[in-house]
Design a protein around this ligand. Structure first.
Ligand SMILES: *[C@@H]1O[C@H](CO)[C@@H](O)[C@H](O)[C@H]1NC(C)=O
Ligand SMILES: *[C@@H]1O[C@H](CO)[C@@H](O)[C@H](O)[C@H]1NC(C)=O
Ligand SMILES: *[C@@H]1O[C@H](CO)[C@@H](O)[C@H](O)[C@H]1NC(C)=O
Ligand SMILES: *[C@@H]1O[C@H](CO)[C@@H](O)[C@H](O)[C@H]1NC(C)=O
Ligand SMILES: *[C@@H]1O[C@H](CO)[C@@H](O)[C@H](O)[C@H]1NC(C)=O
Ligand SMILES: *[C@@H]1O[C@H](CO)[C@@H](O)[C@H](O)[C@H]1NC(C)=O
Ligand SMILES: *[C@@H]1O[C@H](CO)[C@@H](O)[C@H](O)[C@H]1NC(C)=O
Ligand SMILES: *[C@@H]1O[C@H](CO)[C@@H](O)[C@H](O)[C@H]1NC(C)=O
Length: 477
């Protein structure tokens, strides 16, 4: 651009310089290096079907481009985020972006199809503090040199395709408050050095292929609010140093691993804990009595372990979602602290040794219910009055019980998608209302009569007394 100016005849050059000095006439708010860097980024994008970058036009003020924020006339943030499934960007992150010298934040979120390796241009950006490149297709390894990015305060590569080990040098990024590497293909063990990142409030290593024991790295991580390590292959017990997180931790997710031994009693001291997921592990023994002190717990998932009775009396005012399915519990009845919850939306107690009459269960509030799973118990009576009160129910599963009622009386609300009542003692006909469901199973009951038109396979209706019509054999005239 400079060379162009020099070739212009002097009077015209003067005119342009004067014009440039009058803000209303100029497009000079954008620094030429920033414009070049951003246009370089744009040229690395090969497909932009929804026109996310259509305002990025040469010669216009880059500070006004979609997704760009400036500070003191220099580009400070690039924030491109897709919130609808039909929006995406394809291509790679051009190294030219490092020309945007004052860049403090890069947010490339849910763009789905940004590919390439670790973006080395990050090393050239001295002011960079926030990097969120989430839900894209970056791949390859995280470089050992990552420890040079010492000025970073947040680093997220959640939802990419990185492979290999988490570099040990990550321990040098002591300014990080957020480290999110979830949903990649990272392997190996968790580097012990992560324990040095004292300012971390959010650590997410979930949905990778990490293994070994969870190291004792939590003694200094007392600022952690969210810890997600679920869906890996961690084994061994819950590390004792997690007890140091008792004052601030709100969210602890360790589900879908191979963790074992007993659930430590110290978790009952976690004053702020609102979500605890220990599902799909191999925890055995009883749930600590101290859980009675988890008065703020909203979401508790202990499903698919080997836990046994007795389940502690909880003192939570309102549980929102509870899953105790597939353990060794014999609860007999739905616990009082569940029945009394004013905000519960999901209750899953499959194979929990429940033995009661559903007509006798009078939950305080049913308005918010989305999911109820009572499969594999010995529940008698009828769900008719319960489902008459759940206006927004999406899934109701009560297969393998002793429910006895006329199916025609069951209200099927518009929101209901999935209904499983297989292996009960249900009588009557199959109502027309089932046609609006996405999944249905009423097999092995005492239903009779002609089936209404539906898309469900024969196995959804098998094993009844006298059902007929498609997909079963035709009714006899
Ligand atoms: C994406 O889908 C939404 C609704 O799902 C629609 O409103 C929008 O116009 C679509 N955008 C594009 C770029 O196709
Ligand atoms: C994703 O990017 C790849 C390579 O850049 C390209 O071949 C593919 O068509 C893109 N997919 C979509 C859905 O845009
Ligand atoms: C950690 O956070 C504190 C308080 O916000 C801050 O003063 C300190 O500089 C941070 N540490 C690092 C290494 O950035
Ligand atoms: C998980 O770890 C165990 C050893 O603890 C190993 O035998 C197993 O193959 C691992 N599974 C996967 C899917 O990596
Ligand atoms: C609950 O907390 C109180 C006060 O900290 C303590 O005295 C009590 O023993 C705890 N209850 C259980 C069951 O651990
Ligand atoms: C269902 O609820 C309505 C009022 O909302 C009530 O009139 C009706 O008797 C209820 N039916 C059953 C079977 O409880
Ligand atoms: C219904 O429950 C039965 C028994 O638990 C199970 O075999 C079947 O897969 C379930 N079907 C649906 C559609 O959920
Ligand atoms: C319905 O449940 C029966 C019995 O559990 C099972 O064999 C069948 O596959 C299920 N069918 C569907 C469509 O879920």
């Amino acid at each position: 651009m400079k060379t162009h100016f020099m070739r212009l005849p002097p009077p015209l050059l003067l005119f342009i310089l004067v014009a440039a000095a009058i803000p209303t006439l100029s497009s000079a708010a954008c620094h030429p290096d920033d414009e070049a860097g951003l246009l370089g980024f744009k040229s690395g994008i090969t497909r932009d079907p929804s026109g996310l970058l259509k305002s990025w036009r040469p010669g216009t003020d880059c500070c006004t481009w979609d997704g760009i924020t400036c500070f003191n006339n220099r580009v400070s943030t690039i924030w491109l985020q897709a919130n609808q499934p039909n929006i995406s960007l394809s291509g790679t992150i051009s190294p030219a972006l490092s020309k945007v010298r004052n860049l403090g934040g890069i947010y490339l979120i849910n763009l789905r199809n940004i590919s390439g390796g670790f973006p080395d241009l990050l090393f050239g950006l001295r002011n960079l503090k926030y990097v969120y490149i989430e839900n894209n297709k970056l791949s390859g390894r995280l470089p050992q040199t990552i420890g040079k990015l010492k000025q970073l305060e947040a680093l997220s590569f959640t939802g990419n395709r990185f492979t290999g080990l988490i570099p040990s040098s990550i321990s040098a990024l002591t300014g990080l408050t957020q480290l999110k590497l979830g949903q990649n293909f990272l392997t190996g063990t968790v580097p012990v050095g992560i324990g040095q990142l004292k300012n971390l409030t959010f650590l997410d290593l979930s949905q990778n292929r990490l293994s070994g024991t969870i190291p004792e790295i939590f003694r200094s991580l007392t600022n952690l609010i969210i810890l997600r390590l679920s869906r890996n292959n961690f084994s061994g017990q819950i590390p004792a140093s997690i007890s140091f997180l008792s004052s601030k931790l709100q969210y602890l997710e360790l589900g879908h691993n191979a963790l074992s031994r007993e659930i430590p009693g110290f978790l009952g001291k976690f004053k702020a804990l609102d979500t605890l997921d220990l599902s799909w592990n191999q925890f055995a023994g009883t749930v600590p009595k101290s859980f009675g002190n988890l008065t703020k717990i909203f979401n508790l998932d202990l499903s698919h372990n080997f836990l046994t009775d007795p389940f502690p009396e909880m003192n939570v005012k309102g549980i929102e979602s509870l899953d105790l399915s597939h353990n060794g519990f014999h609860l007999k009845e739905i616990p009082k602290w569940v029945t009394s919850s004013p905000i519960i939306y999901s209750l899953k107690l499959a194979r929990c040794g429940l033995q009661f009459n559903l007509d006798d269960w009078k939950p305080a509030e049913t308005y918010f219910y989305d999911y109820i799973d009572l499969s594999g118990n010995q529940i008698s009576g009828s769900p008719v009055s319960l489902l008459n009160r759940t206006d927004y129910l999406v899934g109701f599963w009560a297969a393998s019980n002793k429910l006895q009622f006329n199916l025609v009386r069951l209200r099927i609300v518009k929101t209901l998608k999935d209904l499983n009542l297989s292996h009960n003692l249900i009588t009557g006909k199959v109502p027309k209302g089932i046609a609006g469901l996405e999944k249905l199973n009423v097999s092995y009951n005492h239903l009779c009569g002609q089936l209404p038109a539906s898309k469900f396979p024969a196995s959804a209706f098998a094993g009844n007394d006298c059902l007929c019509g498609s997909p079963l054999p035709p009714c006899k005239m």
